[in-house]
Design a protein around this ligand. Structure first.
Ligand code: MG
Length: 366
């Protein structure tokens, strides 16, 4: 089998109300898709994470990689990653590695379609069938006060969900402490509460808010500090009782090696759509196993479900239920659905993802 074409498509849609975290405001959401075609009439799709603009740059980088990919056997994921991720030529992080992630995911989708196996079966097989989710939400929004925040988080813990996540870091520390207390009292003591600062704090602020919310039974404190502040992460991990989680802005096995080596966090959050694809995600998961560290993937639930299902150290799957963006449950034909707080990997070949063209086509920008 040989690769015959590589193409990139981007979709952008507006959000009814712009959402904000500790660092960024998002007036729109979207989907970046790589498609790889082969001479066996099998096409794979890969998703690229995290960026809601810059489509033209993604498109140019994809064209650059296309030359290397045409004629290659899509099963050679190790060699293809090695060839694409070259020093000096294309860069070691950022948008180029995000594109490589989408390419690697598409190649694994092809492997699954060719062998007629779901992705999780091709990698580690089924370690866990029913995967517990946490519902991500609790953003800052115009008109969302404490009451509305509490109601949202209660709604997010419906359907048997046992963990919910909210944003902090976007207002003063005392205001955020009030938000956290409001949510804790709204959801009760049985639901896990996760807080996410999206790298908004300096160390003195992170330790301040950690001390002030420690008594709210916080399950994890996500991305308290900028991603490259390994010393700060290490110090904070040793100074607060709240487990530290990080990794959604880390790239490749090399970045996660440094997080692990420096004892930066108790929970690692690789995002296959960003950090290097299925191939790199698995390497990070196995490194983490050796250090007795759990993995809680960041990002697109419909891709990550295969990865977390196949590893022994999966913890919780991040899940967007449509409360911040209804398109989460509309952009694919058969989106992952929660039953009794859990999700199960699909049995369709490869990723098992088919784009719902009738919902997204009108939003295509490239
Ligand atoms: Mg996060």
């Amino acid at each position: 089998m040989k690769i015959t074409n590589v193409s990139y498509k981007s979709y952008r849609w507006p959000l009814a109300t712009p959402i904000r975290n500790g660092k960024h405001i998002y007036p729109e959401a979207g989907l970046n898709v790589i498609q790889i075609d082969t001479d066996e009439n099998i096409s794979g799709i890969g998703l690229i994470g995290g960026v809601h603009n810059g489509s033209d740059i993604f498109s140019s980088i994809t064209s650059h990689f296309k030359e290397t990919l045409i004629g290659e056997d899509p099963f050679n994921t190790e060699r293809i990653f090695y060839d694409l991720w070259q020093p000096k030529i294309i860069g070691r992080r950022g948008m180029s590695t995000r594109i490589i992630s989408g390419i690697d995911i598409a190649l694994w989708d092809i492997k699954g379609k060719y062998t007629k196996l779901p992705l999780y079966k091709l990698i580690g097989g089924q370690f866990n069938k029913r995967i517990p989710v946490y519902v991500a939400g609790g953003y800052y929004e115009e008109g969302k006060g404490l009451k509305q925040l509490g109601e949202e988080m209660v709604n997010n813990s419906a359907s048997g969900v046992t963990a919910v996540k909210m944003k902090i870091g976007g207002v003063s520390i005392n205001e955020d402490v009030e938000r956290v207390k409001t949510v804790r009292s709204a959801i009760g003591s049985d639901i896990k509460l996760l807080v996410d600062a999206n790298c908004a704090y300096q160390y003195h602020e992170a330790i301040d808010i950690a001390r002030k919310i420690e008594n709210q039974d916080i399950f994890w404190f996500e991305e308290p500090l900028p991603p490259d502040d390994y010393d700060g992460y290490q110090k904070l991990s040793q100074s607060t009782n709240i487990p530290i989680a990080t990794g959604e802005n880390e790239y490749t096995k090399f970045g996660f090696r440094d997080l692990i080596k420096n004892r930066c966090a108790s929970i690692l959050q690789p995002d296959a759509l960003t950090m290097g694809g299925v191939s790199e995600f698995l390497k990070v998961s196995y490194m983490a196993q050796a250090e007795n560290l759990p993995i809680s993937p960041h990002g697109n639930q419909d891709v990550q479900i295969h990865l977390i299902s196949s590893i022994s150290n999966g913890l919780l799957l991040e899940y967007y239920n449509g409360s911040t963006d209804p398109m989460w449950l509309d952009m694919f034909e058969e989106p992952l659905q929660i039953t009794d707080g859990h999700v199960v990997a699909p049995e369709r070949p490869g990723l098992g993802i088919n784009l719902n063209h009738s919902a997204i086509s009108k939003y295509q920008v490239i």
